[in-house]
Design a protein around this ligand. Sequence first.
Ligand SMILES: [Zn+2]
Length: 164
Amino acid sequence: MYCRECGQKLSLRFCENEGLIPYCGKCESYMFPQFSIAVSMVVTNRAQDKILLAKHVDEDDFILFAGYIKKSESVEKAIPREIKEELGLDVVKAKYMSSKYYAKKDVLMLNFIVVVEDRPIKLQEDEVSEARWCTPEEAIDLIRKGTTAEFFLTNAVKELKRKI
Ligand SMILES: [Zn+2]
């Protein structure tokens, strides 16, 4: 491991309440590990009785809409930006649900239920080949099994029964 500021080789040093953390002797500072943050979105209509699933180009299964948070961007800004880019829709409201670290892509996923306006979708087709409105039962049936998306969707469906 090398320092991302000066390139010096890092050593491990004990940091109170944190344990052993990579340390740069030249910068005299701890280098906490960095990782990406993304939003995962269970998109629903105003009545909250339909869920929009995405099918990516070259894939068979359905997944949730998701996108990376840009550097210096807030999550509150990222959600409407992603929904506008991918679906051409405005967000009515969003509710934070839970998070899960996805090791394969070194990303912390923050899951939200996102209520969108009731208008036709303008799909951005270079990423998503199909977007399908489903009942909650259909969505659980169609989502790729054993995935983080399935975990988020299952929680969201329970929450949507009470409305957000
Ligand atoms: Zn350094």
